[in-house]
Design a protein around this ligand. Structure first.
Ligand SMILES: NC(=O)c1ccc[n+]([C@@H]2O[C@H](COP(=O)([O-])OP(=O)(O)OC[C@H]3O[C@@H](n4cnc5c(N)ncnc54)[C@H](OP(=O)(O)O)[C@@H]3O)[C@@H](O)[C@H]2O)c1
Length: 344
């Protein structure tokens, strides 16, 4: 009798626990939809640490949690400087991009970034530097789980994505890939994405996403896949703001990351010299680059500025000891020219 009572009680408690878990999960997703947690809404802990010196070296705790509390998916925590992805893992909200950094320059730049507390690195098959990024990560002495590496499959690899994923794993040689993206839409992209989904199941990749997918492309693509992209990486800077695309992506519970945050090589001088941006920068005692990067963070957009210059790399970490006002955010918003700086 006692055994029977215990069994019934166990079943009852299990059902109650599962029900609570589901309510919590559903609440989270519904809340995100109804709250429209995008842009500024998606930024938490804004300047609660006003004394923050921007010393990124303080940020040495493990940044990835796996099965964590999913209630905070997509919300930037500017105290921990991380955002939780729909995969459950945490990703830093600022990092270094490695496009056009190759050979020893790449190793030196990534190493300089890691030494300065940067824990997010963006690479790609097409950048021809995955080996160098892996080398810098392995040589850093920083525990692997504290570093978040993004790489990408190029459309030329889509027809044999499984082999391409293994190639990236071999080149990087860092045990697993934190995030893999499809670099561009292209023939075979759905199958390539499904191969990445399988690699997630196999423990080779932790999170997956897309790059250069806009609203139309996403609407066509999403019904054909099983795992909602954890991240979409698109061109975003003050002259090309994507103000229609960003909320659409964020409403999916997907994090947005901007490439060419400083306009991209050949365009940085104009952007950094912009009168409005320079004026805002002067009023905060900051550089134009820092104002642009901070503007992104306050919009809930992850930044990965590229740099081979240690001083710039350091400057690009000092984003957490000032805050743009609502008025300044609006003035930055008014700079949009719908001016793309690359073809994709
Ligand atoms: N998914 C895609 O299709 C795609 C496309 C393009 C880029 N990306 C990614 O996005 C990353 C960022 O783009 P990007 O590197 O091409 O362009 P970017 O970050 O907009 O600009 C890089 C340029 O800005 C300069 N710079 C960096 N920090 C600076 C600072 N604090 N002050 C003044 N100048 C500064 C760099 O020069 P120094 O080296 O002298 O610092 C470099 O010339 C790439 O590295 C790549 O990882 C992705």
């Amino acid at each position: 009798m006692r055994k029977l009572f215990c069994s019934v009680l166990c079943v009852f408690v299990s059902i109650a626990v599962i029900a609570c878990g589901n309510v919590r999960k559903n609440d989270t997703l519904e809340d995100m939809e109804s709250d429209g947690q995008t842009g500024n809404d998606a930024v938490d802990g804004m300047m609660t640490d006003a004394e923050d010196t921007g010393d990124a070296n303080e940020e040495t705790e493990a940044i990835q949690g796996g099965e964590g509390d999913m209630a905070d998916i997509g919300i930037f925590n500017l105290e921990t400087r991380t955002v939780r992805l729909n995969s459950g893992y945490e990703m830093p909200v600022y990092g270094i991009g490695t496009y056009s950094l190759t050979g020893e320059v790449c190793v030196a730049s990534v190493s300089a970034a890691l030494e300065r507390g940067v824990r997010l690195i963006d690479t790609a098959y097409m950048y021809h530097n995955e080996e160098r990024v892996g080398e810098a990560v392995r040589n850093s002495g920083i525990p692997r789980e504290e570093i978040f590496v993004i790489t990408k499959l190029y459309p030329s690899q889509f027809s044999n994505a499984e082999a391409a994923i293994d190639e990236a794993l071999n080149k990087l040689d860092i045990q697993y890939i934190d995030m893999m993206l499809l670099h561009h839409p292209g023939t075979g992209d759905v199958d390539a994405y499904l191969a990445m989904e399988q690699a997630v199941a196999d423990g080779k990749i932790r999170s997956i996403g897309l790059s250069n997918w806009y609203v139309e492309e996403l609407e066509e693509f999403l019904p054909q896949i099983n795992i909602t992209p954890a991240l979409v990486q698109n061109e975003i800077h003050p002259y090309y703001q994507e103000n229609d695309v960003i909320p659409y992506i964020q409403d999916l519970g997907t994090v947005v990351q901007g490439w060419y945050p400083l306009g991209g090589r050949g365009h940085t001088a104009e952007l950094l010299g912009d009168e409005v941006i320079s004026e805002i920068a002067d009023s905060h005692g900051k550089s134009s680059a820092q104002v642009i990067l901070r503007w992104n963070l306050q919009k809930g957009v992850v930044v990965i500025p590229g740099s081979g210059n240690p001083d710039h790399i350091q400057e690009n970490t000092e984003l957490f000891d000032f805050e743009l006002t609502e008025d300044e955010m609006q003035r930055m918003g008014a700079l949009d020219r719908d001016e793309k700086h690359d073809w994709y």
